[in-house]
Each structure stands twice: as C-alpha cells, then as structure tokens.
Write a protein that binds this ligand. Sequence first.
Ligand code: ZN
Length: 149
Amino acid sequence: MSEVKYCQGPKCHTYQTKDRLRGPKGAKYYQTRRKSSFYYLGGNACSMTCQNDWFDKFGEQAVNHFGRIHEPIKLTVENAWRKIERYSWQMNDGQPQYYWWNSLIDQELPMTQEQYENPDITKPRRQIVVQVEATNSKGDIIQQDTIKI
Ligand SMILES: [Zn+2]
C-alpha cells in the first residue's frame, strides 16, 4: 500500500467540486484532493488540469534545476537500431519474423525471437569475420583460419 498523498496542483483547492468540499455547515471550504494514487504528473496530480497548473508554475524552474538541454542530443547510426516484428501473408509457420531496422542507413538485419524479446539487447552485435589463408611458394593453401573479432 502506498501512502495517501495530496495532489501537487497549486490550484487544486480552487476547483469547486463536491469531493473537495469539507467542513461543517457555516464553515465550509474546498481543499486539495488527497488519494493513494494519482494518474497525472507521475502520480502526483489528480487531473490533467492540476498537472498543467503545476507545470505552468514550476516547469521552467524544474527544467533549469534538472538540467536544461543546450545542445541537440543526436541519435546516430550506431544507436538508431529498432526492433521490428513483422507479420505477413508469407509467414514461416504462422510466426512473425523479427528484424533490426536502421532508418539512417536504410538497413535491415534478421534477428531471432529471443533477441527481439530480450530488452537488454538494443543493437545488433557486429562481428568481423576474417578468413586467413597462408600459401606456400607454389600457391597451395597450407593454412586456413577464421578469426572472429
Ligand atoms: Zn488536483
């Protein structure tokens, strides 16, 4: 059970609804809503109106306090991979197919369902495979190796 808390909207008490009404006859008043869970402002405001009131009053300060962005944040090729689940009429055993998709380079790579469902896997792992061959003076291959980097 989470504790009961008050709506953080600075004008919540000014909205004259029955549920905000308190006090005995002759000494009535409206007060801030109180609940164990709210749906707005990350669980801190009772309504979108109260959320907007909070932001109108404190948003500027909050942005400055937690770090204003002064430079654009860039999503570059290496981090632009998206997971795609594709259903088509041409399905393999009725199963969807999974792909990595990178719109910056217009590239698509296949992936497994396991990779698709694992939230820790966020980009395809690139592996460089080097075929190494050594030849003798006659050109015969005398050694063959595969190196994965
Ligand atoms: Zn409120």
